[in-house]
Design a protein around this ligand. Sequence first.
Ligand code: ZN
Ligand code: FE
Length: 255
Amino acid sequence: MSLQILTIPCRTDNYAYLAHDSATGATAVIDVPEAAPILDALARHGWQLSDVLITHHHGDHVEGLEEVLAQAPARVIGAAADAHRLPPLDIAVSEGDEVTIGSETGRVIDVSGHTVGHIAFHFPDSGAVFTADSLMALGCGRVFEGTPAQMHASLAKLAALPPETLIYSGHEYTKTNAAFARTVDPDNPRLAARTDEITRTRAAGQPTVPASLAEELETNPFLRAHDPAIRAHLGMTGATDIEVFAEIRSRKDRF
Ligand code: ZN
Ligand code: FE
């Protein structure tokens, strides 16, 4: 069995996800940007919330929690490292810990960089990883609290997952990410094709998430600091991967 996963647009450009285990009826929400769309989706499907998985402390990922719990009590799981600045946790987890949604078992990956204490949740049997503001479709989160080296190491852990893994990230930033990616990797035909596809998907009002890791490995510049064409384009052929990654990240910050 694998989790049935629903993408729930929230606020202006956030995504929450409902992950439902039909074997047990357990249902988790991953991040809680706001309550109403999540409660609506639960009601529409007749699902009862069992778990809340929080990726990091930013308001646009937790602000709906209190209201959701008032209507749909559930156990709350988040990073032990961030327990002091997250809403009250029932289970505090760290890298390598197991998390269950009914009969499905996931694993916590520390993906610090955007914040220190940001975690991702990988469910191998469902081929899904919830990455929020670490790895995003054609992008990665801005490095607010960690260092570029830390973000690079976090993305490397995600890049090592099976290539068919679907990446469920926290925001709809893909169109801007594609435009930026083209500036550092202009001759990548797969990136050009994906950019066209994204334009069509967004024009139809559809989410561009999830995206497969295989697709990200071929087109996301933040996973491609080793790529000779990108290095040549940046004039950084002799630099380390971390230096190239840091340069791409700082160009994106100014984009
Ligand atoms: Zn954030
Ligand atoms: Fe965010």
